[in-house]
Design a protein around this ligand. Structure first.
Ligand code: ATP
Length: 357
């Protein structure tokens, strides 16, 4: 069993920065788990604290049933792949892969066999005698993965594993990494600031902000039901529209129109309560004609994104006291785009909007 459990985990750097703030998290055995969040939220610190490269200021880390909080990295049975791969430039691919086995005092023949076997699994057999400087970025990444795999660790820790690859190679490496993780079934934690990468790869995602976890869930859960406006604004290739709203007479006043109050919150919202109404650009339908229950406004920007356009409209603050006019984005299919300056109407699809306090 190699579940990872963190309780009350805190890391304060000597300069006073609280990079992890009393964080609780459980990562299941065999899970492919993403740590996602903006720059500086503490992702790398959390990964390094699991690895033992940073000493926690408080709280504890368990791997399986072993308390590892006070163990040095070499005793934790984890392997970390760094963002820049950290390969030894003077060693061949074979020597790089075999290096951890040498540290573990495996004999020369055993090392060569194991390195060849791992290289074979990762499609590196033809490159064993090359040095890292003679490899492409994608090949270097595979060598770093092979070096991590050679020891059969209980846990893989990957720091921004795809960030050094160009866009095309990144897609290829994504598929490769996902297949490899499935085949090996090793508990794997990876850091990324790219929400699309986290959604595409992970079984579950922890979204972090300021050393804390704002939500943990499957890609579908964090995309469909973000727990708060921070996660709502962070997940999705186009950010969710977040619009000031107010509960009025059992309905929702949003940007100059009245929408039905979603059933699931009807009993919990009091009259006059200020709320934030959230709906993704993909879940709004654009119309060039007036439609009941639509938000209306003037088209200001039309961005052509290939098979669809992202249209921004300025809608009125409407009957929400104190609400300013706001910009709403809507995805419009190819061929149906309006022109800037047009008046347009957008209708939320039923069951696709969210309310935040
Ligand atoms: P990025 O995506 O930019 O790598 P991150 O989410 O991985 O960011 P961390 O690198 O974990 O964030 O940093 C969390 C906070 O701790 C930041 O405010 C950072 O400046 C600070 N920090 C990180 N390492 C150190 C250090 N060695 N000494 C002092 N402060 C640090």
């Amino acid at each position: 069993m190699s579940a990872i459990t963190m309780r009350d985990l805190t890391k304060v750097y000597p300069n006073g920065v609280r990079a992890l703030d009393a964080l609780d998290l459980e990562i299941a055995d065999g899970e492919f788990f993403a740590l996602l969040g903006p720059s500086g939220c503490g992702k790398t610190t959390l990964l390094r604290t699991i690895a033992g490269l940073e000493v926690a200021s408080g709280g504890d880390v368990h791997i399986g049933d072993r308390a590892v909080t006070n163990l040095p990295p070499g005793k934790r049975d984890v392997a970390m792949v760094f963002q820049d791969y950290a390969l030894f430039p003077h060693m061949t691919v074979q020597e790089n892969i075999a290096y951890p086995l040498r540290i573990k005092k495996m004999d020369r023949r055993g090392r060569a066999e194991k390195a060849a076997e791992t290289a074979d699994e990762l499609g590196l057999s033809a490159l064993l005698q090359r040095r890292p400087g003679q490899l492409s970025g994608g090949q270097q990444q595979r060598v770093a993965l092979a070096r991590a795999m050679a020891c059969h660790p209980q846990v893989f820790l990957l720091d921004e594993p795809l960030s050094n690859l160009d866009a095309r190679l990144r897609l290829e490496a994504r598929t490769f990494l996902k297949r490899l993780q499935r085949e090996l079934g090793v508990t794997t934690v990876f850091v990324t600031h790219d929400q699309a990468e986290a959604l595409a790869l992970a079984d579950r995602i922890a979204v972090m902000e300021g050393g804390r976890i704002r939500q943990v869930g499957t890609p579908t859960e964090v995309f469909r039901r973000p727990a708060n406006t921070f996660v709502a604004g962070f997940i999705g290739s186009t950010p969710m529209n977040l619009i000031d709203a107010e509960a009025q007479d059992g309905e929702l006043a949003v940007a100059g129109t009245r929408l039905p109050m979603p059933e699931d919150v009807r009993d919990r919202v009091s009259a006059g309560e200020k709320l934030v109404y959230g709906v993704r650009p993909e879940y709004l339908d654009y119309s060039a004609e007036p439609v009941p229950g639509a938000l209306s406004g003037q088209v200001v920007v039309v961005e052509n994104l290939g098979s669809f356009s992202l249209v921004s409209l300025d809608v009125a603050g409407g009957d929400v006291a104190g609400a300013a006019g706001t910009s709403v984005q809507v995805v419009v299919p190819e061929g149906r785009e309006p022109e800037p300056g047009d008046t347009g109407w957008v209708v939320p699809r039923p069951g696709r909007s969210l309310l935040y306090r």
